[in-house]
Design a protein around this ligand. Structure first.
Ligand code: GLY
Length: 370
């Protein structure tokens, strides 16, 4: 069964299609968007090795030709060199303004290709075909595109909405358990920030979903995408509510920077650890009860996820250095870090009114426990 959600953005509205086997029928799915039966696709080595021929056959079934560029897998791809290569390749392939570019991969590919589509000939349409859980529930939806700068993550980019998102939950079966659980960090984030019922549903169903139950996976992706679509429709360019999606991300970005954006810490793992820290700081500030961070941590532990700074291998800088890295975040305004804090599970809000001494103490204690 395929479910369709709509991201309501006026003349830039689009569908998110969620189901098993969408890659096989990709030609039929995207044909209505095409002015001519030819697409350019960008993927990475890992995804291409597993799924590119299936996708090519799916396009061929609808008489659509494909040219493809396969980039190295990994976060290092999301930077100027591979971005320049991608844009120039699309130009060499004579991709025109009315054409459609396909982004086939996880968050790195979706962000980079979306940004390439945003600037190519001042903007061409693109379709997100996310293959990681993280990309299916977060990065493929909402039009944030971009690359990393030496100064920090996602600092170069544009808002450019896709014309369609095809989330084939069948491909999640090829993810490693670590990658799946990293993506689950973004799933549980929706419960933690705005939906206590969803959090409670995940407490019950999370383990079976991680073990491979397809119906539960579809339900988790659907509920996550619906939450994201609702927020993006309200606040496309992050003037308000969209910032709630950054729960745990200020801590996460500092930890990713401190670990060199390496596989010591995957983004979704950092989101889980960062969310646990955000709940702890909120409890210390008296914003929520101490049971809330305990309940969040218990669920993440039960899922076998990273929860604490002690779950990160190798050295970490001290609390002061981590706070300095947090100050590099995009969410800094007029020099003040904007935190996403919580009044309880499902009740996140944005504030710059956070006593830095409390953040420092929480980080010092978390580091001391390593
Ligand atoms: N990943 C956060 C957002 O799309 O706003």
């Amino acid at each position: 069964m395929v479910e369709t959600l709509r991201v309501e953005l006026g003349d830039r509205a689009y569908d998110i299609r969620i189901g098993d086997g969408l890659i096989k029928r990709v030609g039929a799915e995207i044909a209505p968007l095409l002015a001519r039966p030819r697409v350019a696709l960008v993927s990475d080595e890992n995804v291409a090795a597993l799924h590119l021929e299936t996708l090519r056959a799916g396009l061929a079934d609808a008489g659509i030709d494909m040219v493809s560029l396969v980039l190295p897998a990994g976060e290092a791809t999301k930077a100027w060199p591979q971005f320049t290569r991608t844009v120039e390749w699309l130009l060499e392939q004579k991709i025109e303004r009315r054409d459609v570019v396909l982004a086939f991969g996880g968050g790195v590919i979706g962000d980079l290709v979306g940004f390439a589509a945003a600037v190519l000939r001042r903007g061409v349409r693109f379709v997100q075909i996310p293959t990681s859980l993280l990309a299916q529930v977060d990065s493929s939806v909402g039009g944030k595109t971009g690359i990393n700068a030496p100064q920090g993550k996602n600092l170069i980019g544009a808002f450019h909405q896709p014309s369609l998102v095809l989330a084939d939950i069948g491909v999640l079966g090829t993810l490693t358990s670590r990658d799946f659980l990293a993506g689950y960090g973004e799933v549980v984030k929706y419960g933690m920030l705005g939906d206590l019922d969803f959090f409670a549903w995940l407490e019950i169903n999370g383990p079976a979903l991680a073990a491979g139950d397809m119906a539960l996976r579809a339900e988790a992706v659907r509920r996550s995408c619906q939450a994201k679509a609702d927020i993006v429709a309200r606040d496309e360019t992050e003037q308000g509510d969209r910032a709630l999606l950054n729960l745990g991300h200020t801590f996460c970005h500092a930890l990713e920077s401190a670990t060199g954006y390496s596989d010591r810490l995957l983004h979704g793992e950092g989101v889980a650890i960062g969310s646990a820290l955000a709940f702890e700081v909120s409890a210390r500030l008296g914003l929520c009860s101490q049971e809330d961070p305990s309940r969040v941590r218990a669920h993440l532990r039960n899922m076998g996820m990273k929860v604490d700074l002690s779950d990160i291998d190798g050295d970490l800088p001290d609390a002061e250095a981590l706070i300095a890295l947090m100050g590099q975040d995009k969410k800094v305004m007029d020099g003040a870090i904007h935190y996403i804090m919580v009044r309880g599970i499902g009740q996140a809000f944005v504030t710059s009114d956070v006593d830095e001494a409390v953040v420092r103490t929480v980080l010092e204690q978390a580091l001391a426990a390593r």
